[in-house]
Design a protein around this ligand. Structure first.
Ligand code: ZN
Length: 343
């Protein structure tokens, strides 16, 4: 396998003291990949800045300009949760541009698959603005490039971050060519993501939301993905799978309360990798979103990288399963099957 990656020092210059979405997250990930001899097995794609035409498919030109201006004057808060400093505009441009080029290389067949180790994250950024630590909708932007510049008819995005990918959904709400499936704690930040949000107009039925009760664990997540997300992927027949890879659904994450383990995350990565093999010649690209317990984040990313390299035997889970009592997912599975005609 040839697995590509994106990293650039500027991703660590977007930083704010004391904020959970900090540069130390990438330091932990890159350190882990070096320590476990994974990085030398990967092939680096340089991160170039996304262009304005690439960005304005997903964001208003006014918003893009506003981020540039805030960065140019040294930074500030873009919204109550989301900071920008003097490097943030360039970092966000390169996060999107890097993922675009990595994705394009996978679509072209130059690389088999890839993982973009990028910051700031993207899946909360909406058409007209930042949200939840996210500046530009990196994964939505890459999906649109695959669709419009690479000519793909069907792209699927799977978002396993613990927060609803509301920005990705907002940007692609009416686009029937892009399937979007998100599993997330609910009700929770950012407030959206109920089961009945399934896309609008021609895109009706192409958006799938799995609202998870607090403490839903590996077993519940396996059931929901096996019964809902995987059949929907098979029905949609994507030519490319993009993954909004957040590791904050782990039971030890400080920002949320879902009960996934690193073993559960490894299973999920493996299943998506195998589905990509079955449906789209293995074309799958992960992009980093959230994850705020640094050892969990680093090992979680490392395990996903092992999967992309074709190694499903070795993985790292020093933390074990969630010790908290788990909710029953039967009712949710029934509701989702009915919502998406899966019976
Ligand atoms: Zn998150």
């Amino acid at each position: 396998m040839t697995t590509g990656y994106v990293f650039d020092d500027i991703f660590k210059k977007h930083d704010y003291p004391g904020h959970p979405e900090c540069a130390d997250r990438l330091t932990a990930i890159m350190g882990y990949l070096e320590q476990h001899a994974l990085l030398p097995q990967l092939s680096q794609i340089q991160a170039r800045p996304a262009t304005i035409p690439e960005l304005v498919r997903c964001h208003t030109a006014n918003y893009v300009k506003m981020v540039e201006q805030v960065s140019e004057r040294g930074g500030g808060m873009l919204d109550p949760d989301t900071y920008a400093n003097e490097y943030s505009y360039q970092a966000a441009l390169k996060a999107a541009g890097g993922l675009i080029d990595l994705t394009s290389a996978v679509v072209d067949g130059t690389l088999d698959n890839g993982f973009a180790f990028v910051r700031p994250p993207g899946h909360h950024a909406v058409l007209q603005g930042s949200m939840g630590f996210c500046l530009f909708g990196t994964v939505a932007i890459a999906a649109q490039v695959a669709r419009h510049d690479k000519g793909l008819e069907r792209v699927a995005i799977v978002d396993f971050d613990v927060h609803h990918g509301n920005g990705t959904q907002n940007i692609l709400e009416t686009d029937p060519h892009i399937m979007f499936a998100s599993s997330h704690q609910y009700p929770f930040y950012p407030g959206t993501g109920n089961y009945n949000e399934i896309g609008q107009g021609k895109a009706h039925g192409t958006k799938i939301n799995l609202p998870l009760e607090v403490n839903t664990d590996d077993e519940g997540i396996k059931r929901l993905y096996s019964d809902i997300v995987f059949p929907m992927l098979r029905r949609f027949q994507p030519q490319l799978i993009l993954v909004s890879a957040g590791y904050d659904a782990h039971w030890r994450d400080p920002l949320a309360n879902i009960g996934l383990s690193l073993t559960g995350y490894q299973w999920l990565s493996q299943q998506l990798f195998e589905l990509a093999g079955e449906l789209c010649e293995g074309k799958i690209v992960f992009a980093l979103e959230g994850g705020y317990n640094l050892p969990v984040l680093a090992a979680g990313v490392g395990n996903s990288v092992r999967i992309l390299l074709g190694d499903d035997k070795h993985y790292d889970d020093p933390f074990g399963l969630s010790p908290r009592p788990k909710p029953d997912v039967d009712q949710l599975v029934r509701v989702l099957k009915r919502t998406h005609d899966l019976d």
